[in-house]
Design a protein around this ligand. Sequence first.
Ligand SMILES: Cc1ncc(COP(=O)(O)O)c(C=O)c1O
Length: 427
Amino acid sequence: MTANIPSGRVTELHSPQASDAAEELISRERTFGARNYDPLPVVLARGEGSFLFDVDGRRYLDLMSAYSAVSFGHAHPKIVGALIEQAQKLGVTSRAYFNNRLPLLFERLAQLTSLDRVLPANGGAEAVETAIKAARKWGYKIKGIPDGHAEIIACRNNFHGRTITITGLSTEPQYRDGFGPFPPGLLTIPYGDADALARAITANTAAFLVEPVQGEGGMIVPPPGYLARCAQICREHHVLLICDEIQTGLGRIGKFLGCEHEGVMPDGVILGKALGGGLLPVSAFIATDDVMQVFHPNDHGNTFGGNPLAAGVAMAALDVLFEEKLIDRSAELGAWLISDLQDLRGPIVTDVRGRGLFVGIEIDATRATARHVVDRLLARGILSKDTHGTVVRIAPPLNIPRDALEWAAGEIRAVIRELEREKKRAA
Ligand SMILES: Cc1ncc(COP(=O)(O)O)c(C=O)c1O
């Protein structure tokens, strides 16, 4: 696969000026949409592999992959084919009946995670809620926590979604502001500090919920041994370890599950995003029999989870992950990118970090913002995203052509050097 990208410095930058057609669409969205997002001024109309095209036909390299939901690229022929074929046969039946797709997905996910049972859902937050419900009920019915006293521990700076309960676990003031009161029994501890977990656990602790690498929190990689030590502490205290692999799973950080980096076997794993092949919301809570035994018919459910269309697409997405050897590819390309970008450290960039194709470039907030970098990359035909104000997140499709990634690294370097020169002149 060749990316057909101009090598070296681009000569023609994308005009930051949106066309009339684009302006009109932006204006409609701003008029009729709730203002809970502030998108970059680009109106996308088509996607193919690692590239997106705007309404005026301009091409962009996607270094964001819809927050890691498009790990297999846009409109992957095999996944689109599975979607069409399945949609023509059977779409949604509900869990009131068996269907001929879901059992195959259940078996595959159980085998791939070395866990026992799968509970399907749609978006990521819904699967996290499911995990929290399972953990609480396990706490009461199996561990013997007094009714109403179960505690869930998560980490500061986490991102697990946006429901009320999950927001109650967030430490981001903006995410919480105006949405309380939150449910009791939710605690947070510093990320990367296993001793803090040991101190926080009480007889009422049901579960520790953790991301193997914090994504939305700024691409934070914990110290080596952290997750393994947390697993040991959880085991010692009869506390469930639940890994939120919604973003880190499915090869994003160079292993099928992020927790495999430390040889950790959690009691429960949450998958989402890329499980839908970049086409549908598909998520799942996958856990041991010990945990899943708490669910009986009608305890918990949803209308769309595990529908044949979603299951067919998820199976195709998993096929692509393995057929195209994307887990190794993520590890290799990610390691290359992180090492290639180390020379950016200087007056503007304070850190380049990550694991697999999940990379963060930390910008010195006193000199620039991550949004400055993202805007300039956009003008050069690259879509990226700032997170936490100071971090540029780079998470391209795992099958991004190598020459495209090399070109993007050159463009990122050019933008940082440009900002350095401007700061120097202004000083
Ligand atoms: C680690 C993690 N958990 C949960 C979620 C929530 O997923 P969704 O936006 O599909 O609800 C996200 C989304 O970014 C995530 O990164």
